[in-house]
Design a protein around this ligand. Structure first.
Ligand SMILES: Cc1cc2nc3c(=O)[nH]c(=O)nc-3n(C[C@H](O)[C@H](O)[C@H](O)COP(=O)(O)OP(=O)(O)OC[C@H]3O[C@@H](n4cnc5c(N)ncnc54)[C@H](O)[C@@H]3O)c2cc1C
Length: 271
């Protein structure tokens, strides 16, 4: 069964033609060992965001940093499987459960999987992967996120201690798409509603990055969402004086991209 659609089509050229090893324990050295997981429950957090609880023996000893993600292997048609990234929202080692929040954004393998998955379904996953985590040296934290960035953003927010201060700019289509966090830190959440406009055409997050009066002290910014928006927010924050190391940014999706991710840094710019 071929394993395809793992990343940018350009970056993954040729992946479709490689035959997969039957019942693999490892996909490749970068992805790591596969965990066999089972869907325990599925519910709606918002009309478009599914809460999916997975369970499996491997979770008893699973380690991760809040903000990191799993790579899920999921069906895409009859004989094809693809890889998709989803952030770890919560882990309970004792109960051996792990929560994902998956956006049903349209007709694509990950979104279809989330819309149709049922308790008892099997899924394989590898991880953890990912570089973005809370900066413990920051005096305050500022987040910019669209719907796809809400799960990693909430995971990082919920990892901050009660003494931490955070400001959130979260852009979603409308009030029904708001996702609640359970942070113990002092968090100011500013929702922005784009309406029917496509997320990558909205300028609400770059505007917020340009206008927000930055408090005194050392801050750390976390920017997660559609790649072109993430890039613009990062550029704006850098122009306002934040250093390279003060901005963590990741392009979680972009129009036309299939799975994968875009590292948005000054060193590596992806189209
Ligand atoms: C590190 C990381 C962590 C992530 N964590 C989460 C998470 O916790 N929850 C979550 O829901 N997503 C998350 N994402 C985003 C998710 O992996 C992508 O949205 C992915 O493209 C979904 O796969 P798909 O098969 O549904 O769509 P794909 O087949 O990958 O994409 C097909 C097309 O759908 C459109 N599309 C894809 N994603 C979106 C979107 N979010 N909004 C609007 N249009 C879209 C694009 O036009 C794209 O070309 C994460 C991504 C990364 C890189």
């Amino acid at each position: 069964m071929p394993l395809t659609g793992t990343d940018d089509p350009q970056a993954q050229a040729g992946a479709d033609s490689k035959p997969a090893v039957p019942a693999p324990r490892r996909i490749n050295p970068k992805m790591g060992a596969l965990m066999d997981l089972t869907v325990l429950s599925v519910s709606n957090l918002t009309p478009r965001m599914k809460r999916i609880i997975l369970t499996g023996e491997a979770l008893a000893t699973f380690e991760y940093r809040p903000g990191q993600e799993l790579v899920l292997i999921m069906p895409a048609g009859q004989d094809e499987k693809v890889r998709r990234f989803y952030s770890i929202r919560r882990l309970n080692r004792t109960a051996r459960t792990l929560e994902l929040n998956v956006l049903v954004h349209g007709d694509a393998p990950g979104a279809r999987w989330a819309a149709a998955v049922q308790p008892g379904d099997a899924v394989q996953a590898a991880g953890p992967h990912g570089r973005i985590a809370a900066d413990p040296t920051a005096d305050w934290h500022i987040f910019f996120s669209d719907e796809a960035g809400l799960p990693p953003m909430c995971a990082i927010l919920e990892s901050l201690p009660p003494t931490a201060r955070a400001t959130v700019f979260a852009e979603v289509a409308g009030p029904r798409d708001k996702l609640q966090n359970e942070a113990v830190a002092e968090v100011e959440v500013n929702w922005r509603f784009r309406g029917p406009m496509p997320a990558h055409e909205s300028r609400l997050l770059p505007e917020a990055a340009a206008e927000y009066p930055l408090p005194a002290g050392r801050c750390h910014a976390y920017v997660m969402g559609e790649t072109s928006v993430v890039r613009e927010v990062r550029k704006t924050l850098r122009a306002r004086g934040l250093e390279v190391a003060q901005v963590s940014s990741e392009g979680l999706w972009r129009p036309g991209r299939v799975g994968g991710h875009d590292h948005v840094t000054e060193a590596a710019q992806t189209p």
